[in-house]
Write a protein that binds this ligand. Structure first.
Ligand code: FES
Length: 109
């Protein structure tokens, strides 16, 4: 079993909201969005498939409404639970980051 890293605790993410977390890597790292719906947490790269921009309107602040996250650049809308493109200029969904929730901690490989 591969080691995991603890990203945060579930309660660090506002319910029906999001938290941006930076993942360091040998190639410079990247940012992911953690989205929470009750006990469930979903992770995606903070990169819109439309033009590759970050989804937040200011660092760490996201437009989330009725189970969707909306890219601040041109309004592409994605389902929080699946990352699927629902509306706007996107042709594909968000890139998912696999997560584990265990003992109240959100972990990633
Ligand atoms: S970059 Fe996200 S909608 Fe255009």
């Amino acid at each position: 079993m591969s080691p995991t890293r603890v990203l945060c605790r579930v309660e660090d993410i506002p319910d029906s909201g999001a938290l941006a977390v930076r993942i360091d890597s040998a190639t410079g790292g990247f940012e992911i969005i953690l989205l929470r719906q009750g006990d469930r947490v979903f992770g995606y790269h903070n990169e819109c498939p439309h033009q590759g921009r970050n989804l937040d309107y200011v660092p760490g602040k996201f437009l989330i409404r009725n189970g969707s996250i909306i890219c601040a650049a041109h309004g592409a809308t994605f389902a929080v639970a699946s990352g699927d493109c629902l509306a706007g200029p996107c042709r594909s969904g968000l890139l998912r980051v696999p997560l584990q929730v265990e003992d109240g901690e959100v972990r990633a490989p």
